[in-house]
Every structure is written in structure tokens, then in C-alpha cells.
Design a protein around this ligand. Structure first.
Ligand code: 6PG
Length: 254
């Protein structure tokens, strides 16, 4: 895992604006490298704020047909349900970005079959976008390299739908796990696994609010995924913790 960088902004709005600016730069850098940009979104309120800020900056200059959108996790409920992370992104303006619908890789819903089949289907979709350079390396997860993987962090330290003390976070032979009995509702979810999260070029953890200060402090002092899943995630090139002042308030003491 790459070293951690911490970026602190006074509040959630300024944090979302700063992340959106950095995201725009990361997308453009990927396109300049001559490849498609693969961005993985998070759900939660920080994910929604980021989407609003990204849409506010978006312009037609970029070749959006070369941008792909993915999710780190999804709540396994019907398509279009207000509880779904993709619905929250839609409500925050995702469709205004200009990314073609075919490039928006939504996780399956409970309309599509059972959750195990949903996990397999998303793993298959990821595999179809495996980087050419990964061919011949069977130990490498079959998936695109995300230029940026964004993750919210719960007050319990969960990331995506990998929860502390939960058996499903131990799944490591596949890229997508069907999560059952999640401690946070809804109990049935789809999530990228730890090995899949670790494939990202850049991992951005985005956290705002005083109620997250303990989770952030624990993530910095622990290296045990069963205690704090957020403590072990990081990108191949960089790992950035985007924090507001309140969420960062206990880091130095820890
Ligand atoms: C979910 C959410 C969840 C969220 C974090 C952080 O599927 O239940 O996506 O994992 O990302 O709890 O949420 P906030 O940004 O709202 O604090």
C-alpha cells in the first residue's frame, strides 16, 4: 500500500469542492496517458456531495465517452430504489456529466436475481474491462485499474460494504462479494473485496463530520481489517485521506 497523504478542508462543502477539482485532474491525466479513465464511486452523503461538486465543474471539453463509472459497493434492493447508491448518484446529477449510459457500470439489483448471481455478474463485467497489461498474470484480479477509487468511511470504520468483525470481508478469491447480514441496513449488499480495492491506482477516503473522528483515528492507529476495514485500504500509487476539520480532529492525538 502506498503512503498516506492527508488533505484537510474546513467543512464538507469545501472538501467536496477540492475533491471534485482533484477528480477532474485525475480524469484528464488518465485521458492524456491515452487510456480510458475508470472511476469508482462511493455511496453515502460524502459521495453525493462529491457528485454535486463534480457536476458543477463538468464541461463539454472532455471526451466523456472515454470515462467509465463503477461502484465500490451497492445495496441489494430493487433498481431505482432511493436506498441504492447509484440512485443517490443519479439524484446528485450523475447523468449531467456526459458519461454515456453504457459506460455507467451499475451493480445488479434485487430485480436481477439473487445476490450471489449479482456478485458473479458484476465480477464478469469488471473482468471484461481488464487492462491488456494484466493478461498472463492470473494472480492479478481480473478488473480494470481504477484511476480513482473513492470510499466513504462509516463511524464503525467500514469501507464499501466490508464491515468490522464481519466474515464476508475475508472473501479474497473473487473481486465481488455477496454480503449477507450486514450490520448496517439493508443487510444484503454487493461489495468489492479487499484485493479488488487494492488494485486501484489512487484510493481516496472521503470523510466529514465529528461523528467520524474516532473511526479516522482508529484507521490511522490500526492495521487490522477486522477492527477497522478502513485501516488497510490503499492505492497502488497513492492513498489520500480527504478530511474536514471535524473528522481530522482526533488524528494527531492517536
Ligand atoms: C452504504 C454507504 C456507506 C457510506 C459510509 C459513509 O452503502 O451504506 O454507501 O458505506 O459510504 O457509511 O457514509 P457518509 O459519507 O454518509 O458518512
Amino acid at each position: 500500500m502506498s503512503d498516506r497523504t492527508i488533505e484537510i478542508r474546513p467543512d464538507k462543502n469545501e472538501l467536496a469542492a477540492a475533491i471534485a477539482e482533484a477528480l477532474e485532474q485525475a480524469v484528464d491525466a488518465a485521458l492524456r496517458r491515452g487510456r480510458n479513465a475508470h472511476i469508482a464511486l462511493t455511496g453515502g452523503s460524502m459521495g453525493q456531495e462529491l457528485m454535486k461538486a463534480w457536476v458543477a465543474r463538468a464541461d463539454d471539453e472532455r471526451d466523456w465517452t472515454r470515462v467509465h463509472i463503477w461502484w465500490g459497493d451497492e445495496r441489494f434492493v430493487p433498481a431505482g430504489d432511493d436506498d441504492r447508491n447509484d440512485k443517490q448518484a443519479d439524484d446528485a446529477g450523475l447523468k449531467k456529466l456526459g458519461v454515456p449510459a453504457n459506460n455507467v457500470h451499475r451493480m445488479p439489483s434485487s430485480d436481477d436475481g439473487d445476490v450471489a448471481a449479482g456478485a458473479e455478474a458484476y465480477a464478469q463485467e469488471l473482468a471484461e474491462f481488464t487492462d491488456v497489461t494484466a493478461v498472463g498474470l492470473p494472480e492479478k484480479p481480473q478488473m480494470p485499474t481504477f484511476d480513482v477509487l473513492m470510499l466513504g468511511v462509516g463511524p464503525d470504520g467500514h469501507v464499501a460494504s466490508l464491515f468490522p468483525g464481519h466474515r464476508d470481508q475475508l472473501v479474497d478469491r473473487v473481486t465481488v462479494v455477496a454480503v449477507q447480514d450486514a450490520p448496517k441496513p439493508p443487510p444484503t449488499r454487493l461489495s468489492l473485496t479487499f484485493p479488488a480495492l487494492a488494485e486501484a491506482r489512487e484510493v481516496w477516503l472521503m470523510v466529514a463530520g465529528e461523528d467520524k473522528a474516532d473511526a479516522v483515528a482508529t484507521a490511522f492507529s490500526s492495521s487490522d481489517p477486522m477492527e477497522c476495514p478502513a485501516s488497510v485500504v490503499g492505492g497502488q500509487v497513492s492513498t489520500t485521506w480527504w478530511l474536514d476539520t471535524a473528522a481530522a480532529s482526533k488524528v494527531e492525538q492517536s
